[in-house]
Write a protein that binds this ligand. Structure first.
Ligand code: TMP
Length: 226
């Protein structure tokens, strides 16, 4: 019973977290999850995130997004901390759960490192590819949903929620480069990354996501007739 890893990606304020919660509720309340569990195809549904998917990862997240020190964090330090968080999350949580057949919804994964540390900070993308490989030990997502939204729109949404974290405080031009990164990643990996227009109502965005999820679940599992 191989598990499946579904990742949600996008700039700040793109709506990932809301859409993951809606996807979770839909899978649970439609009876689909129970049916897949009863058929022995899925062990459990898991919602997780990077950074911060385990207890130790929560501590790394705190260091990355809300450090208590005023000392400027070096770009390579930031990159290595995201890689450390991922190594812990993959080996300590994602891989064991996938081995048991979990269906996993993950808020951000390797593409965020390419977009933020590669395009955003300007660090070498070859190096980031190598680090992602080390951190994941080869694990890739089965499907990545990219919520495509202009950086300025997303940042304004994120900032209206209150206190900004260390990354949200970066200049708009940084977030525009991140958005460019996601755009190029989606062009380079059309099989894995599905682009969803995030500049619409929550319900409209979710209806597209639901369609993509249904299509992929049908490919992966024997979906019971409704
Ligand atoms: P979020 O969980 O609220 O999306 O916040 C995570 C922040 O960390 C967000 O600003 C994106 C950033 N990030 C990176 O810069 N690189 C990464 O590899 C990951 C996973 C996240």
């Amino acid at each position: 019973m191989p598990g499946r890893l579904i990742v949600f990606e996008g700039v700040e304020g793109c709506g990932k977290t809301t859409q993951i919660a809606r996807s979770q509720t839909w899978l649970q309340e439609s009876g689909l999850l129970t049916a897949l569990q009863n058929q022995g195809e899925v062990s459990r549904l898991i919602v997780t995130r990077e950074p911060g998917g385990t207890e130790l990862c929560q501590e790394i997240r705190q260091l990355l997004l809300h450090p208590t020190s005023q000392e400027a964090m070096q770009d390579r330090t930031e990159l290595l901390l995201y890689a450390a968080d991922r190594a812990q999350h993959v080996a300590g949580f994602l891989k064991p759960q996938l081995a048991q057949g979990a269906l996993i919804l993950c808020d951000r994964f390797t593409d965020s490192t390419v977009a933020y540390q590669g395009y955003g900070r300007g660090l070498d993308r070859g190096l980031i590819g190598q680090l992602n490989q080390i951190a994941t030990d080869g694990l890739t997502s089965d499907l990545t949903l990219w919520l495509d939204l202009e950086a300025a729109v997303g940042l304004a949404r994120a900032q209206s929620r209150g206190m900004s974290d260390r990354i949200e405080q970066a200049a708009l031009s940084f977030h525009q480069r991140v958005q460019q990164g996601f755009t190029e990643l989606a062009q380079d990996h059309p099989q894995r990354i599905v682009q969803i227009n995030g500049d619409r109502s929550e319900t409209e965005v979710f209806s597209d996501i639901q369609r993509v999820l249904e299509k992929h679940l049908q490919q992966w599992y024997k979906i019971p007739a409704s």
